[in-house]
Design a protein around this ligand. Sequence first.
Ligand code: PYC
Length: 316
Amino acid sequence: MSSPRLRVIDSHTEGEPTRVVIEGGPNLGTGTLAEKARRLRDEHDWLRSAVCNEPRGHEAMVGALLVEPHAPDCCCGVIFFNNVSTLNMCIHGTIGLAVTLAHLGRIGPGEHRIDTPVGVVVAHLHQNGSVTVANVPSYRLAADVEVEVPEWGTVCGDISWGGNWFFLIEDQGPKVEFKNLESLTAFTWAVRQALETQGITGENGMEIDHIESFGPPADPALADSRNFVLCPGKAYDRSPCGTGTSAKLASLHAAGKLKPGQIWRQASILDTVFQGEVEELPDGRVIPLVTGRAWVNGESVYYFDPSDPFLHGIPA
Ligand code: PYC
């Protein structure tokens, strides 16, 4: 493992941070983005930890490593990661990436194809600076799945794919309000553990590593729902979570509650909003279109002093 200098650009998307590594990342070789993500996870995990964990990062930080794309016609490839591992996909991060690339003068308004470990997504940078991401095909795998959660009782939810696997819970557990952050974290963490213990998974045994709890919005004039999303490393998403919004859109569509082109406004626990809609695919899945805003708010160069006991971060 070498000790390069890394150059990163920070942004936040509706409150959730993204840190794009624009220089100094390891050579991940050739192949698909899924193969490169596996190499990053198995052979270069120091980069993830150095970028996301303390002392440079914190539990909510999502990193994004820019790499060469594999799929044709893409402007770049990206691998997202957080305080504990690589992520399949991340929409708030894609919005942050698009705004970062615009800040660097590498892209302008218009549509940009971006290669990810779960497929190509399209980021549309609008003239007003907002970004719409056309996500990977999304779908509801199972509805009204019951899980026995120690100390919380039976919890019922949908299992849906929106680029990550989600368990979607409505009007159960603590009220979805900012003052309940601690109990919402305890509740959703208990649900996640119960799903794992009881062998409830996404397709092909994939772990359901995101838990999303929904309640009514603070103001129905501004949003249709407010959510709390527990990310894999136990941090809550400060944004409405784009892959979580995609999973929700897929569930609503499967339940006949959302028609193509109909707008769904998903508020986060901080009451920032993503706007979503779906396009139908012939096989019943949907392409979620998720729109949000991001702001570049910093730039750093990271040094790796071999005498620093935490040069690669403090493991989460
Ligand atoms: O916006 O998709 C998202 C996301 C995933 C994890 C954190 N944010």
